[in-house]
Design a binder for this molecule. Structure first.
Ligand code: ADP
Ligand code: ZN
Length: 735
């Protein structure tokens, strides 16, 4: 559905006077459009937020269009009220419908992504509030109690003050009359900052050329996809912030999607430098109050720039003019629960439907994106060099067969020497291992028993700092037992393999004088702790940083010269379609932390397969060759992006019901020439959070309409009670 031009006059078929029927979409997991009648005295338009009765409840929804009239008049209830908020723009409604169709999800489940802060629908508190006007000594005890209550500077309503200070409302009023209290509107939750480009950065010629292109796309006010492809440290962020500045100059809103909020400590500092204020942030860790005020500020158009995780794509923008997807290749853009979607792909769809430019940013763009560049659908801008004097780091393989670490250790002599040399010259080192905890497997030396999760088919990971075993899939935790739970032998449990905590232990042994720190999502208590550690590293208060992929994201540590990847092969096996591509991207990003300023950097890849195409490509800096070979393999096999995949995941607590439903689905599989179905097979994670799981995989030619095929297929087989079917279009996870 193409969006109407913004200047089109209000269409009559989108205005509903009292007595007519409207279809209201409700944000419920299985929700769709329900008919209501417009009551006397109310006129509604498509896109209005409304309250409607549903059974005994009252729920909020969005007017989606005219009602469908085949329901008996006496069964149709009236809309309760219109909610005072700007309408959901037509392009946004078209986008939500498109997402529901593309992901084979109920439209109500997609509307829930938009209506993600229900409290924001309530009108802001219009009552006046009071703060202390002066801190003179109060004459009476009642007035003293009021002063004590208000000393924190927080505005409170007259009723709240009376209750909190145990006085009558009259006392509060009298104090205000006497000028001791000052009246302020209660509703002002600190609003979004005013942003003004400061114009402080001077871009290099390459950067300026790319920025000019992006500014032009923003001024076009039409759909385009531009890939900003530049090596790590080339200034991609500075360049796309220029496009954000242009969007502000156009009076429109800009969205910057980032993979993980941990990235944004340094990012926010840079943003503030350029715009003199903070953007609105949107991610899962926001407090309820912040969610409410941010959602409303976005809907009312007061929030000019949003930076957030994948879900911020579904905020109720009033006038969005730009979407930037930073690190577009990142796997965390894939939402794996509920409505399963890839935010990078949905951003492109939104750009198309809402006629706005999309910028995909990466040093290692995905094969999907590069294929679209080659076919001419996307435009590419290159930043081939690092900013200022910085050079790309040298990458070397450490052959773990030829020069292994000593027994019981994980760092090869070559890496130990490099770290020693870096510390001697006052530089920093980073050791990367994408595995949290101390050891991934705990084994009984006497009977061979492996410590497994009772809810998942997975090993428990030892977390020695916390003194326990943890399941990384469901969060199950147990104290580290003293004896083997199987054979009862005391002190027989042995840690197998390394996690970051174990590497840190080795670092302490090897470099007792060095200041070492571990950075993993579980060793820090939140974004603030992460930001503190990043700052300490940037200010060289840490000598050796040991971390998981969280250390790889976007950080800029000027004195970091040695980066060692403890297990470069991790992630290469498992038969995942994108294993090689993902490993290449992750290791490129890790490598990109080294030598970002004057001092040159070296990256050591500890590997048992130094001849592997991924290692060779990294060492030779041959991204193009690597991608070309990857593309060739996938083209030959008909794999994405040259073919389509849909995964069906069947799960439930009763294993035989799950399996029989999976088999029923297989029997009913579509028989078409451009489609084939594999499975069912027990999922690699055959038990997850207490649910047994089977998978089916539909492979199709690029041209196939997989959504129509899947919808028709799953409609023909009813799931038994307690068994759930998830449809994953374009799957990234094959667990
Ligand atoms: P990328 O996003 O491509 O990895 P960044 O935008 O993070 O690169 O830039 C790397 C570093 O260089 C940052 O510290 C950034 O502030 C700095 N930088 C990049 N371009 C400029 C510029 N034109 N002027 C000043 N500093 C710059
Ligand atoms: Zn588990």
């Amino acid at each position: 559905m193409p969006p109407a031009p913004a200047s089109a006059p209000a269409r009559l078929d989108n205005i509903f006077v009292s007595g007519t029927r409207v279809g209201v979409l409700l944000p419920l997991p299985l929700g769709s459009v329900y008919d209501y009648v417009v009551p006397d005295g109310l006129t509604l338009a498509a896109g209005d937020y409304v309250h409607v009765p549903l059974g005994p409840r009252r729920v909020a929804g969005v007017v989606w269009g005219a009602g469908s009239s085949d329901i008996a008049a006496e069964k149709v209830r009236a809309v309760a009220a219109r909610i005072d908020l700007p309408q959901v723009p037509e392009a946004t409604r078209a986008f939500l419908s498109w997402v529901a169709n593309y992901t084979v999800s109920p439209p109500g489940a997609v509307l829930r992504l938009l209506m993600s802060a229900p409290a924001a629908l309530q009108a802001p508190d219009a009552r006046p509030g009071y703060v202390l006007a002066n801190s003179d000594a109060m004459r009476t005890d009642a007035r003293k109690r009021i002063a004590d209550l208000l000393v924190d500077g927080v505005a409170r309503s007259q009723a709240d003050i009376a209750r909190g200070a145990r006085v009558s409302s009259g006392v509060v009023r009298k104090m205000a009359d006497d000028g001791l209290l000052r009246s302020v509107p209660l509703a002002v939750e600190s609003g979004p900052a005013d942003l003004h480009p400061t114009g402080d950065v001077s871009l290099s010629p390459d950067q300026a050329a790319a920025a000019a292109q992006l500014r032009a796309r923003v001024r076009d006010r039409s759909f385009s996809v531009t890939v900003l492809d530049g090596v790590t440290g080339s200034g991609k962020t500075e360049v796309y912030l220029d496009a954000v500045a242009e969007t502000l100059a156009q009076g429109r809103q800009a969205l910057v999607l980032v993979p993980e909020i941990a990235l944004t400590g340094q990012w926010l500092d840079r943003f503030r430098t350029r715009f003199g204020g903070a953007p609105a942030e949107w991610h899962s860790e926001l407090s309820q109050g912040r969610r409410r005020s941010t959602w409303r500020a976005v809907a009312e158009g007061r929030a000019r720039v949003v930076v957030g995780a994948r879900s911020s794509l579904f905020l109720p923008y009033r006038d969005l003019g730009l979407v930037v997807v930073d690190e577009e290749h990142d796997g965390s853009y894939k939402q794996e629960e509920g409505v399963i979607y890839n935010a990078r792909d949905m951003a492109v769809a939104l750009g198309h439907l809402a006629a706005l430019p999309v910028v995909l940013v990466s040093a290692t763009p995905s094969l999907e994106t590069m294929t679209n560049v080659e076919s001419g659908r996307y435009t590419v801008l290159h930043l081939p060099e690092r900013h200022a004097a910085a050079q790309m780091p040298k990458i070397v393989a450490v052959d773990m067969v030829a020069a292994p670490p000593p027994r019981g250790a994980w760092l090869s002599p070559m890496v130990v020497d490099a770290v020693t040399a870096a510390l001697a010259e006052g530089s920093q080192a980073m050791l990367f291992l994408n595995r949290r905890g101390y050891a991934p497997l705990t084994l009984c030396r006497t009977c061979g028993h492996r410590m497994e999760c009772p809810n998942c088919k997975a090993w428990l990971v030892e977390h020695r700092y916390a003194g326990r075993l943890e399941c990384h899939h469901c969060g199950h935790r147990v104290e580290m037992p003293k004896a083997c739970p199987e054979c009862g032998t005391l002190d027989s449990l042995a840690a197998c393999g390394p996690g970051v905590e174990r590497v840190a232990e080795e670092v302490t042994r090897l470099f007792p004088e060095a200041r070492a720190a571990v950075m993993a999502s579980d060793t820090m208590t939140g974004p603030a702790a992460a930001a503190t550690l990043v700052r300490a590293m940037a200010e060289r208060k840490v000598d050796i940083l040991i971390g998981t992929q969280i250390v790889a994201k976007g950080h800029h540590f000027p004195l970091l010269t040695v980066v060692a990847v403890v297990d470069a092969d991790l992630g290469l096996d498992g038969g995942d379609l994108r294993a090689a591509e993902r490993t290449f991207q992750l290791l490129s990003q890790v490598a990109g932390r080294a030598g970002r300023a004057e001092r040159p950097g070296t990256v050591y890849l500890q590997t048992y397969a130094p001849k592997h195409p991924v290692m060779r490509a990294l060492i030779q800096g041959d991204r193009a060759g690597f991608l070309a070979r990857e593309a060739e393999d996938r083209r030959r096999g008909g794999w994405p992006p040259f073919g389509r995949l849909v995964a069906l995941i069947v799960s439930g607590t009763n294993p035989s019901r799950v399996e029989s439903y999976a088999r029923d689905l297989a029997r009913a599989a579509p028989r078409l020439t451009d489609v084939s179905v594999l499975g069912p097979a027990p999922a690699p994670l055959a038990l997850l959070r207490g649910r047994h799981r089977f998978r089916l995989l539909l492979r199709a030619q690029r041209s196939a309409n997989v959504q129509a095929v899947v919808r028709d297929w799953i409609r023909r087989v009813t799931a038994p009670s307690g068994v759930r079917l998830q449809v994953d279009i374009d799957p990234y996870s094959f667990l």
